[in-house]
Design a protein around this ligand. Structure first.
Ligand SMILES: [Zn+2]
Length: 112
C-alpha cells in the first residue's frame, strides 16, 4: 500500500502519555488489555500493546515471561510501569490486584 505508515510509528498515535501512565487509546481485547495490529499490507497480527511498547523500547521479552503491570492499569504501556516476570510470580502478585489473572494468562498464551 503506497504511503503505508510503519507499525512502529503508527503505534504511538494510539498512546497518550501522562507524567505517570501512558494510556493506550486504541483497540482493546476481551481481557481489558490494549491490542495493536502490527500487520503489514493488509496482514493481521495482533499483539498486546503493552508488550509491543516494551519490545520497541526495551527489547525482546524473554521467552516464557509475562509483563506485570506494576501500576495495575491494564491499558498502560509505559515500560517503567511494566516488569517481566515469570507466570508464577505474576500469578502470585495477581492475587493482590487482579482476580481474573488466570483468564488473562490463557489469552496471552494463545496470542503468542
Ligand atoms: Zn502505568
Amino acid at each position: 500500500m503506497p504511503g503505508y505508515e510503519p507499525a512502529s510509528i503508527r503505534f504511538w498515535r494510539y498512546v497518550r502519555k501522562t507524567e505517570s501512565c501512558w494510556h493506550w487509546i486504541g483497540a482493546t481485547g476481551d481481557t481489558g488489555y490494549g491490542r495493536f495490529n502490527t500487520g503489514v499490507s493488509g496482514g493481521h497480527r495482533a499483539v498486546y500493546s503493552h508488550r509491543y511498547a516494551w519490545e520497541r523500547l526495551r527489547g525482546p521479552i524473554p521467552v516464557g515471561l509475562v509483563l506485570d503491570h506494576l501500576c495495575g492499569n491494564r491499558l498502560c504501556v509505559n515500560p517503567d510501569h511494566l516488569e517481566p516476570v515469570t507466570m508464577y510470580e505474576n500469578t502470585r502478585r495477581g492475587n493482590r490486584h487482579r482476580p481474573s489473572i488466570a483468564v488473562d494468562q490463557v489469552d496471552e498464551l494463545r496470542l503468542f
